[in-house]
Design a protein. Structure first.
Length: 400
């Protein structure tokens, strides 16, 4: 009987895990579909291409608000129900994106979609931790691999329908249909997980004291500085290469694709790596490798070959940092939905602040500052990582 119950529990965990993976494929597909369709969306809404930068800002604001609110909700309501409803809401909003006939209507749709996806992002991460507990590391890396896979496949989805009349609309509608199916699957999935960690006496004391608050802040800053570096490098790499004449327009596009392809491969390899090495070892190796690669990129900044090696190497080495850092946070404190929501604010704000600052810095100081800014952000990311290690309870430090 005990064996049968254990087998059922394992199967239940696997079923949940793949549900969260499908949610993250949708997030990846959606995150990368907007860029290739910006020109036609501008034409559709009779807007200037320069105005379309607002679509990223309002989406990020909605995403941040969803992250802020969702943590408390996942503590109080069945997680699969919340995920199913918000995922279906996101699917409906995706469907209407290619039908919006004004910029303000498009911005309103994207803000609401970002709000729903803030719920999905928070829920998928926290429910995965609640499902697997201390053994979550490889599953967390798998979750974020599927985001990278979705982002990598999205441009191919657009390319398949670009020759059809109104083809970009079919790309959005295909994504909306897939997202709706995933949402329906979440609604029919029973057995929403709940926090299973039983905190020790020390952990209870820490959760009410300064140490736990400082640890949460360190984890939030860890994601803030990492995501800022990732989005800044991936988003501004094209401009950096073209402006400095290190690549042609086509070459810069391939360079950016190479960065995200290496990033996806790195996420895939990090899954078995998480079963062999501790989060501390993975993050330390990845961050030191990133800093070394950026230092070489600064020293040989005039070389096109160095830029290609930097893009591929940085994509590969950055890949495990986010999921492993979140895993480390989950192993250090009792990760409720409320606390997870606070930590994930680092992700939301990191994706807004540094990439926006980068545009201003390039205007005033030139494109070469991009590498210096990414390097500085990863140095601060490293310091936040050291802070997380120092603030962990003693028992957890021994387990690291």
């Amino acid at each position: 009987m005990f064996v049968k119950i254990s087998a059922f529990t394992r199967n239940d965990a696997i079923r949940r895990t793949f549900g969260y993976y499908f949610l993250y494929i949708c997030l990846g597909l959606d995150s990368a579909i907007l860029g290739p369709t910006l020109p036609v969306l501008a034409s559709q809404t009779s807007s200037r291409l320069g105005q379309m930068g607002l679509v990223f800002l309002v989406g990020a604001i909605g995403y941040t608000l969803g992250t802020i609110i969702s943590g408390r909700i996942f503590d109080r309501l069945p997680g699969h129900l919340v995920l199913g409803i918000t995922q279906l809401g996101a699917a409906v909003l995706i469907f209407f994106i290619p039908l919006a006939n004004s910029l303000w209507l498009l911005l309103a749709i994207l803000a609401c979609k970002g709000f729903a996806e803030g719920f999905v992002n928070t829920g998928a991460n926290i429910l995965l931790v609640w499902t697997h507990g201390e053994k979550v590391a490889p599953f967390m890396n798998g979750l974020h691999f599927f985001f990278g896979l979705g982002a990598f496949l999205s441009p191919f989805l657009v390319a398949q329908v670009v020759g059809v009349a109104g083809g970009y609309r079919w790309a959005y509608w295909a994504l909306a249909a897939f997202a709706a199916l995933v949402g329906l699957r979440m609604l029919t999935m029973s057995g929403s997980p709940h926090p299973t960690q039983a905190p020790s006496k020390d952990a209870v004391q820490n959760s009410r004291g300064q140490v736990s608050s400082a640890l949460v802040i360190s984890a939030t800053l860890f994601l803030f500085f990492y995501v800022g570096a990732e989005i800044t490098f991936g988003g501004w790499l094209y401009t950096y290469a073209v402006t400095l004449n290190l690549a042609s327009v086509a070459g810069a596009a391939y360079l950016t694709s190479a960065f995200w392809a290496a990033f996806t491969i790195g996420r895939l390899i990090s899954i078995p790596a998480a079963t062999r090495f501790t989060p501390k070892q993975v993050i330390l190796t990845a961050l030191l490798s990133c800093l070394s690669i950026l230092a070489l990129g600064i020293i040989f900044s005039g070389s096109s070959l160095t830029l290609w090696l930097m893009a591929i190497g940085l994509g590969f080495c950055m890949a495990p940092i986010w999921p492993t850092g979140f895993t480390l946070a989950g192993q250090s404190i009792v990760l409720t939905g409320k606390i997870a929501g606070v930590i994930l604010l680092g992700d939301s704000f990191g994706g807004m602040v540094l990439p926006t600052v980068m545009g201003k810095v390039i205007e005033s100081s030139g494109p070469r500052t991009m590498v210096y800014l990414v390097l500085s952000s990863l140095v601060l990311n490293f310091l936040a990582f050291i802070g997380m290690l120092r603030l962990r309870p003693e028992k957890k430090l021994l387990d690291a």
